[in-house]
Design a protein around this ligand. Structure first.
Ligand SMILES: Nc1nc2c(ncn2[C@@H]2O[C@H](COP(=O)(O)OP(=O)(O)OP(=O)(O)O)[C@@H](O)[C@H]2O)c(=O)[nH]1
Ligand SMILES: [Mg+2]
Length: 410
C-alpha cells in the first residue's frame, strides 16, 4: 500500500505496485545423471517468492523458478493430499523439457487496484496467492535400448567400457557395479544406449542383493544382451536362473528379445570349451517363443566377436517393439484449484468467513484502522458475503473471523 506524496500534492492518489509472482518448480531430465542419489539427502525445495510491490506503481520482481534435475527415465508421482496410499502419475521424464510440478502463486494487487470513484484512498492491498506445495515420489526406470543382464562378475562392465565411453569400475569380485551404468554405443553407423544392470542373483526379484531395484531398470530396455560367464561352473544353470528372476519380477520381461553372448573367450580353458558350450547351450536354450536364440562368443579383452555381436544387436533393435512395458497416463500438471469460493460457518458464536479473496486482503490490512475496516466491509458487500451473513442472522457486535483476523460486525 502506498500513496503519492509530493511537495505540492500532499494528497496524491494510491500508487502501490503489485507484488511479483512466486517462482514455480520444474523437474527436468538431465542425460548426464544416472541416479537419484543427489536428491536423497536434499529433497525439500523452497522456490523463491515474488518481491513485494513498491510505491510509484512499481511491480515487484517475479521469484526465480527452481529446476530439479533428474535422470532420463524418472517417473514422477504426486501424492494425493489426504490419501497417503494414492499417488498420481505426473510425468515420465524422457527428454530435457522441463515439467511443471508446482505452480508459484500470483503476486497480490497493490492498493491502486482498490481505488474507485467512491474510494479515493484505498487502504487495502492483497497478499500474494499461496504457491502450490506438493509431495513427489520419484521412481527411476532408466531409459536404455539395450540392457546387459548377467550374474555378478560375468564381465558386463568390461563389455560396456569396451564398446562405449562409459567407465564403470571393473574388478574380479562380484557386485563391483552397484548402480546402473549407461554408455552410448555406435555400431553399423547407429547409436544406441547400453546399460549395465548390476549383477543379478537368485532371489533378485524379491529384493535379494537389491535385485528388484536393478530389475526395475531392465523394464524399459528393448533388447537384452544376456552375458554368460564362460568361466562359470555351470553356464546353463546361470542362464536359467537369470530368466527365472526376470519372469518372477515381471512376466512381460521374459518376452523381450535376448541376445546371448558367452564372455571371456580369450581365456584358453574357455576357448577350448567353446564347441562343447555351444552344444550344451543350444540343447538348453529356448526362448519364450520356442526359437533357438543365437549364441555369440566374445572377449571384451581381445575384442573378438564384439563387432559381430553389436551389429546383430542393431538389427534386433530395429525389429524390437518400442517400450513394451506400459506406464500409466499422466494426470494434469497443476493441482491449482482456482480461487476458492466464498463460504462461512458458525464456530462457538464466531462467524468464520472462508474466502480466499478476503483472506488475502486482511492478511496485509491494519484492522485497527477504521478506514480499513470500512473498506473490508465494502469488499464483503461486493463479494456477496455481507448479504449471506445478514441472512444467517448476524447482528451488530457479533464477531467475524477472516483468516487470522477478527472484526466486529457493524
Ligand atoms: N579374460 C577376460 N576377463 C574378463 C573379460 N571380461 C571381464 N573379465 C574380467 O572379469 C572380471 C569381472 O568383470 P566386470 O566387467 O567387472 O564384471 P561385471 O559383470 O561388471 O561384474 P559386477 O559389476 O561385479 O557384477 C574382471 O576381473 C574382468 O577383468 C574377458 O572378456 N576376458
Ligand atoms: Mg560391473
Amino acid at each position: 500500500m502506498s500513496f503519492l506524496r509530493e511537495k505540492f500534492r500532499p494528497k496524491g492518489g494510491p500508487n502501490g505496485g503489485d507484488g511479483g509472482d512466486g517462482g514455480s518448480a520444474f523437474i527436468v531430465g538431465d542425460p548426464s545423471i544416472n541416479t537419484l542419489l543427489h536428491l536423497k539427502f536434499n529433497s525439500t525445495f523452497y522456490v523463491q517468492r515474488g518481491e513485494h510491490g513498491r510505491g510509484k506503481d512499481q511491480r515487484g520482481g517475479n521469484g526465480a523458478d527452481t529446476y530439479i534435475k533428474v535422470p532420463l527415465g524418472t517417473i514422477v508421482w504426486r501424492m494425493v493430499p489426504g490419501s497417503p496410499d494414492l499417488n498420481e502419475m505426473l510425468a515420465d521424464i524422457v527428454d530435457e523439457n522441463p515439467k511443471l510440478v508446482a505452480q508459484g502463486g500470483k503476486g497480490g494487487w497493490g492498493n491502486t487496484h482498490y481505488a474507485s470513484p467512491t474510494n479515493q484512498e484505498p487502504r487495502l492491498a492483497q497478499s500474494g496467492e499461496e504457491g502450490e506445495s506438493v509431495i513427489l515420489l520419484l521412481e527411476l526406470k532408466l531409459l536404455a535400448d539395450v540392457g546387459l543382464l548377467a550374474k555378478p562378475n560375468a564381465g558386463k562392465s568390461t563389455l560396456l567400457s569396451r564398446c562405449s565411453a562409459a567407465r564403470p569400475k571393473i574388478a574380479d569380485y562380484p557386485f563391483t557395479t552397484v548402480e546402473p551404468a549407461l554408455g552410448v554405443v555406435t555400431a553399423k553407423g547407429q547409436d544406441f544406449v547400453m546399460m549395465e544392470v548390476p549383477g543379478l542373483i537368485e532371489g533378485a526379484h524379491d529384493g535379494v542383493g537389491l535385485g528388484d531395484e536393478f530389475l526395475r531398470h531392465a523394464e524399459r530396455a528393448r533388447v537384452y544382451i544376456h552375458l554368460i560367464d564362460g568361466m562359470a561352473a555351470d553356464p546353463v544353470e546361470d542362464y536359467r536362473m537369470i530368466n527365472q528372476e526376470l519372469r518372477m519380477f515381471n512376466p512381460a520381461l521374459e518376452m523381450k528379445r535376448q541376445v546371448i553372448a558367452v564372455t571371456k573367450m580369450d581365456v584358453t580353458e574357455v576357448r577350448e570349451k567353446r564347441e562343447e558350450l555351444r552344444f550344451v547351450l543350444d540343447e538348453e536354450l529356448v526362448d519364450p517363443f520356442g526359437k533357438k536364440p543365437d549364441i555369440f562368443f566374445i572377449s571384451s579383452v581381445s575384442g573378438e566377436g564384439i563387432d559381430t555381436l553389436l551389429g546383430y544387436v542393431v538389427d534386433a533393435l530395429a525389429t524390437a517393439a518400442e517400450m513394451p512395458v506400459e506406464t500409466p497416463q499422466p494426470v494434469a500438471a497443476s493441482t491449482r484449484r482456482g480461487t476458492r469460493g466464498n463460504n462461512f460457518y458458525l464456530d462457538n458464536g464466531v462467524y468464520v468467513v472462508e474466502s480466499e479473496q478476503l483472506e488475502r486482503l486482511t492478511a496485509l490490512a491494519d484492522m485497527r484502522d477504521y478506514r480499513v475496516l470500512l473498506q473490508v466491509w465494502r469488499e464483503m458487500v461486493r463479494l456477496g458475503i455481507a448479504r449471506g451473513l445478514s441472512g444467517a442472522g448476524i447482528e451488530a457486535g457479533d464477531t467475524i473471523r477472516i483468516g487470522n483476523v477478527e472484526m466486529e460486525w457493524f
